[in-house]
Design a protein around this ligand. Structure first.
Ligand code: ATP
Ligand code: MG
Length: 225
């Protein structure tokens, strides 16, 4: 397994007398949008996280059914979207890895990298948290990180609660109400294809990147404003 690029990682854990909290926001980020950013910020505040590390998936295990934008572009957009917040960082770790990405491998690598006084919080929306019990090595994943399940319009957090409570695996989960943002990457991709504005759905820097690199072209290839 490849190493975590040190330059991407926050320096945490130096003071043995205190606990540090590292948030991980994983996703395909195709593209990153304000729903991701608001969720990460609310989790940071609610759980007193020192830093949130955004981890774009390289070759996501469960998005094999559609063609995902290349990892370099998704990483660049993530970097742009997080660049003005000193407590948000973007990591190249998964985009640089060969093959299919599994969250458990990334969390294991982070766990091995940091001392015990650094707690890891894996942040997800209400849709993704339900899936976690089906992920590879879910039982080991539960020992590596605490989970943060955030509300997401259209997905029922109570259902997530009961699915996780009914699992054999003892997940350590915090549930979090975030202001409703019914934004998804799918919605943004569709808007670009239709030539519609992305303004206020994702940072301007991301919109500029999408336009400059002609991401999400319409099937017919017609011009966009
Ligand atoms: P797609 O439509 O392509 O699936 P997405 O908007 O769901 O994209 P992902 O990259 O799949 O974005 O999601 C990464 C993480 O962010 C997941 O845990 C997901 O639940 C969470 N998330 C995405 N959008 C929101 C939102 N609007 N509110 C809360 N959580 C969200
Ligand atoms: Mg999704």
């Amino acid at each position: 397994m490849s190493e975590l690029p040190r330059q991407d990682l926050p320096l945490l854990g130096a003071d043995p007398t205190r606990t540090y909290r590292l948030g991980i926001m994983g996703g395909t980020f195709d593209p990153i949008h304000n729903g991701h950013l608001v969720t990460a910020e609310q989790a940071r505040c609610a759980l007193d996280l020192d830093v949130v590390l955004f981890m774009p998936a390289g070759n996501p295990a469960f998005k094999q059914d559609r063609s995902v934008t290349n990892p370099e572009d998704r990483y660049s957009m993530t970097l742009l979207a997080t660049s003005d917040n000193p407590l948000f960082l973007a990591s190249r770790y998964e985009v640089d890895r060969e093959g299919v990405t599994y969250t458990v491998d990334t969390l294991q690598r982070l766990r091995d990298t940091y001392p015990k006084n650094v707690e890891i919080y894996f942040i997800t929306g209400a849709d993704a948290i339900v899936d976690i019990i089906t992920w590879r090595d879910a039982a080991r994943l539960a020992t590596l990180a605490k989970l943060v399940g955030a509300t997401r319009p259209g997905y029922d957090l109570d259902r997530a609660r009961s699915v996780l409570a009914g699992s054999d695996i003892a997940f350590d989960v915090r549930y979090l109400e975030v202001p409703a943002l019914a934004i998804s990457s799918s919605y943004l991709r569709e808007r670009v294809r239709q030539g519609q504005s992305l303004r206020y759905l994702t940072p301007d820097s991301v919109i500029g990147y999408i336009n400059k690199h002609h991401l999400y072209p319409s099937v017919q290839g017609e011009a966009r404003p």
